[in-house]
Ligand binder design. Structure first.
Ligand code: SF4
Length: 267
């Protein structure tokens, strides 16, 4: 079995949802425009570090989806996303805080870690390079919301950064957040992940895989009010046995397990 951060995170959120998605193959219908735009933006960043015209790369990549019927959030349009992306790329070039030596080797790195019982853990690291002269592992995020910077140290608890630090043994990690808003903003957030946190994450992965292999999939509906996780869960129709909801929001993909690692690419 190949495991990824996305899978472990989904199991920890709700084991029943993990079963619906990764064992039974129920996936959400429709594709969010912002998710595909994020992938196109990352390609444009690759062009930037390779010394090519990154705005042209974004036009090309995102242009391929101009007529695709994505789900756009209120106020989002294809043109608006493009406009925001170009602004963010300009700002990024002006800031000039990141160096990626040998970009062909240090962007979108696939890292594989062998686990017991012939299992593997797969991660795709966005970049390894220098932020303000300090070597670190970097994760890009395109979003409409700023990452909270208070209280100080919050980023140290970011589970995805801890996972990537565990995979690479690199302590210095950074989150580069491209905030898509009227006045584009880029947050460059750096932190250190300790050896203890990496060990702890390794134990968490082992325990979680043990529970998956033991077929433990209890429903964890989470907090009752006001942040009831079921309300935003794609699998709500299955848990409520609501055929109408299932048909409107889900699609069944046979063999979903074999392709589960692909989720990591869009996370
Ligand atoms: S609807 Fe609730 S209980 Fe069911 S899979 Fe989703 S989060 Fe879990």
């Amino acid at each position: 079995m190949n495991y990824s951060y996305t899978q472990i995170a989904q199991y920890l959120r709700c084991p029943r949802s993990y079963r619906h998605r990764y064992l039974d193959g129920w996936r959400e219908k429709g594709t969010r425009a912002a998710m595909i735009f994020g992938r196109c933006f990352e390609k444009a960043l690759e062009s930037y570090f390779c010394g090519d015209d990154c705005a042209a790369a974004l036009h090309r990549e995102w242009g391929a989806f101009r007529d695709t019927a994505f789900e756009y959030k209120k106020g989002e349009t294809w043109d608006r996303l493009l406009h925001q992306g170009v602004h963010l790329l300009e700002r990024f070039a002006q800031d000039n805080r990141i160096r990626i030596p040998q970009p062909q080797e240090n962007l979108q790195l696939k890292v594989v870690r062998e686990l017991p019982n012939a299992n593997e853990f797969v991660a795709y690291i966005d970049a390894i390079g220098e932020l303000d002269g300090t070597r670190c592992l970097m994760d890009w995020k395109t979003t409409t919301t700023r990452y909270p910077e208070e209280p100080v140290g919050l980023l140290t608890l970011d589970p995805q950064l801890i996972c990537y630090s565990w995979m690479t043994e690199i302590s210095d990690v950074a989150l580069v957040v491209f905030v898509r808003k009227h006045q584009p903003e880029i947050q460059y957030l750096r932190t250190l992940i300790s050896e203890e946190q990496r060990l702890e994450f390794g134990h968490l992965v082992a325990t979680t895989i043990g529970q998956i292999e033991a077929a433990q999939f209890p429903a964890h509906s989470g907090i009752r009010f006001p942040q009831n996780g079921c309300v935003s869960c794609a699998h709500l129709g299955l848990c409520l046995d609501d055929q109408k909801l299932i048909e409107s929001s889900l699609t069944l993909t046979p063999g979903a397990n074999n392709l589960a690692w692909l989720d990591e690419l869009v996370d």
